[in-house]
Design a protein. Structure first.
Length: 277
């Protein structure tokens, strides 16, 4: 039997040193017996075109995080429905000289929620207005959410996200507010903002919300996640999202079933090591 070829994959973004994606993907390759390599590369928006031009035939896949999910779109040769609808791709698969884009954040968010919460969700609050927030809103629409408030630092910068969700077949109706507005008693709050942006007043205003979905996993716990843990509310963590979206990435890149248990064990171990006193 021929030895599998070494292929290169990476996660791109800036900052990128905190990313657990290398841990998850490397664990998957080890479990699958693939001699593949997965690295983390700091790439800012202006640098992305040059980086893409350097990729040779050994490259198979890219994971994209902030701020590149929307930036990569003009360079794709084709894309899946979720990337097209959301206007953002967090995954690129390279084959036969072409780059195919995918958005695994949306199915990943749906899977992460369904693992821990039976639902349904009628109304929700999403904190933040970028590409990840758009994916979370589209995931909520798939889960039957009819109305959502989008709380952002600068409402004028949420226009693209609002327009994206408005075009979706099942997107919720959106009202835009600021991070100074209270979260209140909604079915679910999803935070896509940094821990540093989670003020005590904002966190306290989310106390009536029974379910918290915190997409950030480093630092952990964020103020919002810590409050949910103290009160015993349902908490869906950033690692839950990361594992589910990464499993889909592994399947797209390798054409093999993702070893989710091995990926979860590796991710939980790495995250625990970071938060250990």
């Amino acid at each position: 039997m021929a030895t599998p070829a070494v292929r290169n994959c990476a996660v791109l973004g800036s900052p990128i040193e905190h990313s657990l994606s290398p841990v998850l993907h490397r664990a998957a390759y080890a479990e699958l017996g693939l001699p593949w390599q997965y690295s983390a590369v700091d790439v800012e928006e202006p640098e992305l075109p040059r980086f893409l031009r350097t990729l040779d035939a050994s490259w198979r896949g890219l994971s994209l995080t902030m701020p590149l999910k929307r930036t990569v779109m003009p360079f794709l040769d084709d894309m899946d429905l979720w990337a097209e609808v959301s206007g953002a791709a967090n995954t690129v698969v390279l084959a036969d000289g072409a780059m195919s884009g995918f958005n695994t954040d949306i199915p990943g968010a749906i899977a992460a929620l369904q693992e821990r919460v039976p639902g349904p969700f009628t109304n929700a609050v999403v904190l933040g207005g970028g590409a990840t927030a758009a994916s979370m809103l589209l995931a909520l629409g798939e889960l039957g959410c009819e109305y959502a408030r989008l709380l952002v630092r600068d409402p004028s910068r949420a226009t693209q996200t609002v327009e994206t969700v408005a075009r979706a077949e099942r997107g919720p109706v959106i009202e835009v507010g600021t991070l100074g507005d209270p979260v209140g008693a909604v079915d679910l709050v999803i935070s896509t903002i940094p821990a540093s942006a989670q003020s005590p007043a904002l966190v306290a205003s989310a106390d009536p919300c029974p379910v918290v979905f915190e997409v950030v996993y480093d630092p952990w716990p964020t103020p919002l996640a810590a409050a949910a843990l103290r009160s015993g509310r349902i908490l869906v963590g950033g690692l839950d999202l990361l594992i589910n979206q990464a499993a889909r990435q592994v399947e797209l890149m390798t054409n093999l079933p993702a070893p989710v248990a091995a990926m979860r064990a590796a991710g939980e171990g790495a995250l625990a090591a970071r938060v250990r006193p």
